[in-house]
Design a protein around this ligand. Sequence first.
Ligand code: SAM
Ligand code: SF4
Length: 332
Amino acid sequence: MPAAQLYDNHGRPLSYVRLAVTDRCNLRCFYCMPEEGIKYLPKNQLLTYEEMERLVGLLARLGISKVRITGGEPFVRRDLVPFLWRLRALPGIEQLHLTTNGLLTAPLVPELKQLGVGAVNLSLDTLDRERFHRITRRDDLPKVMATLDALLAHDIPVKLNAVVMEGQNTEDLGPLAELARHQPVEVRFIEEMPFNGEGSHYPVLTWTHRAILARLTELYPGLHKVPDPAFSTAYHYQVPGFKGKLGIIAAYSRTFCGTCNRIRITAQGTLKTCLYDHGVLDLRALLRANASDETLTAALLRAFGSRPKDGHEAERGRLAHPVQESMSTIGG
Ligand code: SAM
Ligand code: SF4
């Protein structure tokens, strides 16, 4: 029997957990990490697979039915695929999704298909090899494109995530959008957030969701809004004749908080009930103090019962901790 629906203190259903399985990464994206000097967590501070499986099992019993595996780059963590099989087998987990940079992913795509991975979000900020190298500080665009081809060949639904950055890839909006002309992909343009290990890159964000929409409308005058799936963070658009869709995610402007159904567990086992909070529960400490299922469940329910109403309220609650941690520990 499926678990009862879980709600937060604002009456929003909670059904989706994003689990960062590592903070390590084989890229150094400009918007996510400094080029050098990133301090990875000591290995013993990362949750073990057993700890993650226990947490997801408890969440599933409470009503969480969708898991997204993210990171860091999830595939740099050893033995990820066997862990995915274990998650897949947990009663109540109906959807397993992944977010990846695609560097190590292509050869694993047949097994991801067998696993029943429902969709993959693939990060791709440019189709230009030099710009890719400059943004990610690695010359690996061909590997990402091989992953895209493999996902499409195996009919795994793909969303492409492109962070729009002033002075870096704004000329790529058109070429990236063109990927949706002949292929059933959703190309999503994301506002850049200050989660880069250093703090905000700009005094004011120029490439807001409005600016992105204005540029796309210039490129495609027939672009029109189409309905968004429930709980989607993206606004969806269609260009007449395109097989796929375009999306815009107002991650910095935070226009989607009213229907937010997601929680996050960071690589070090901190629960976040909002992307912009500073972490609301140290799950790792509870797990390692041998907390019972009842104690963990009660702590989770308390956290779900005191969620901030939106990302602005959560950010105000950070007080002495302005947003600057790397997205690689949070998972996006
Ligand atoms: N390494 C994987 C990847 O890049 O797809 C998964 C982790 S990454 C942190 C998850 C998503 O967060 C990526 O799509 C990335 O584009 C996005 N992201 C990272 N830093 C961001 C930032 N400062 N602003 C907006 N999106 C960001
Ligand atoms: Fe790595 Fe993903 Fe962050 Fe890029 S966005 S540095 S690929 S974790």
